[in-house]
Write a protein that binds this ligand. Structure first.
Ligand code: NDP
Ligand code: PHD
Length: 367
């Protein structure tokens, strides 16, 4: 259960960079219902800047574009355009431009919550999955000192295929100690490739067994997320020894990534029932902190033989819950356990993850 925080939650104004894209549009949906964050400014490419949002964006959501947002004029993604209208920004920028643009916002002392890959492995940038490692936000004061900032900082969330992997890993590691290795096959939704993304002739009636640049991220990002914060909150250290191998595929599913995982523990392995109980009883820091968007449960364990499925399970906990099923033993001993997980690539895997990170930053006093 999300705990009602005893701390007051101040209202904050936010902007979205890359607001016209897949991730950007999901930010708009989630922020439209948000009790404390008001979306006051939207930015996108020079192709869109200067137009009303309703004219610039190809709105692809089942819910009508909120009128107030449709009337906002899209800005260029420069700090000068945003600084008087926002307290912080979310970034759903194409990675070709996220590097330079997010750095400019950071240098202008504006907090940035990024979805792009550019700074995820920077040792000064917390890479935070809010239902896994919110304690890494405590690097923010050190990052600020380094850049000589008063209120700005940068926090990233991870690749969407990594998120569905690390949430169950955290729950299992908390109970049974470090993992030695994991092997994963992903079946990633087309919305993961942005809009217009993969051509219909490539994906209808098909599976594409390759996503450029994706497999390398699985190990590097998960080791950082599952690692620790040390030296009086001035240093992030990777989870030692965790070997991750993966094959990432694109499947004809609109939203919701599926992860087919085998894993081996460094010490002795739990039984299937012990593992399920650890997953079921896991309570994340986002829940404990009382983040308004935290799901009631971070991991749902499913007992049906044919679940989880992306169409049926991606929206569990409004897209913030990871569903895990088919937990079973690996009989040949090469690994200890295997399971299937489904997570919403645009909610916990992107925009929702960033929003939870921002809520936690407020509750921890950094924003
Ligand atoms: N989709 C997903 O599941 C996930 C995506 N991500 C990451 O999030 C980011 C956004 O992804 P996604 O929404 O899918 O991508 P899209 O391609 O759908 O959207 C990209 C956005 O970037 C804007 N943009 C492009 N070029 C520029 C520019 N020169 N200056 C300013 N803005 C620009 C676009 O504006 P315009 O419309 O004007 O072109 C658009 O708003 C990427 O870095 C992606 O890797 C991370 C996790 C999951
Ligand atoms: N590449 C992921 C989404 C994504 O954009 O990831 P990243 O931000 O790590 O490039 C997918 O296709 O599903």
């Amino acid at each position: 259960m999300p705990v009602e925080s005893s701390k007051p939650f101040p209202k904050k104004r936010c902007g979205v960079l890359g607001a016209t894209g897949s991730v950007g549009q999901r930010f708009i949906l989630l922020l439209n219902d948000h009790p404390h964050f008001t979306l006051t400014a939207v930015g996108a490419s020079p192709r869109s800047a200067g137009k009303k949002f309703s004219a610039a964006a190809s709105w692809k959501q089942g819910i009508k574009l909120p009128e107030r947002i449709g009337a906002l004029v899209v800005k260029s993604c420069t700090p000068e355009e945003f600084k008087d209208e926002v307290d912080f920004v979310f970034s759903g920028l194409d990675s070709d431009v996220a590097g330079e643009t997010e750095l400019a916002f950071l240098q202008a002392d504006i907090p940035v919550f990024s979805n792009s890959k550019n700074y995820r492995l920077d040792p000064l940038v917390p890479l935070v999955v809010p239902t896994v490692n919110l304690n890494h936000l405590d690097l923010i004061p050190h990052q600020r000192r380094y850049h000589n900032l008063k209120q700005g900082f940068q926090v990233c969330n991870s690749n969407c295929a990594v998120i569905g992997m690390v949430v169950p890993f955290r729950a299992l590691m908390d109970k049974f100690g470090p993992l030695e290795r994991a092997s994963m096959i992903t079946e990633q939704a087309v919305s993961g490739a942005g809009y217009p993304g993969v051509s219909s002739l490539d994906i209808f009636d098909n599976i594409v067994p390759y996503i450029k640049g994706e497999e390398e991220k699985l190990g590097a990002e998960s080791r950082k997320i599952l690692g620790s914060i040390q030296d009086e909150n001035t240093k992030l250290s990777d989870a030692e020894g965790l070997l991750v191998d993966g094959t990432c595929t694109r499947v004809p599913v609109i939203d919701g990534h599926t992860h087919i995982v085998s894993l081996k523990f460094a010490k002795s392995a739990p039984s299937v029932e012990e593992a399920k109980e650890a997953l079921r009883s896991y309570v994340s820091d986002a829940q404990e902190l009382g983040c308004p968007s935290a799901p009631e449960i971070s991991i749902e364990v499913m007992e049906e033989d044919d679940r989880p499925q992306p169409r049926l399970d991606k929206d569990k906990g409004k897209g913030y819950t990871v569903s895990v099923g088919r937990v079973r033993k690996v009989e040949n001993g090469a690994y200890d356990l295997k399971y299937v997980a489904v997570s919403h690539n645009l909610v916990i895997g992107a925009a929702g993850g960033s929003i939870l990170n921002a809520e936690a930053a407020v509750l921890k006093g950094y924003l």
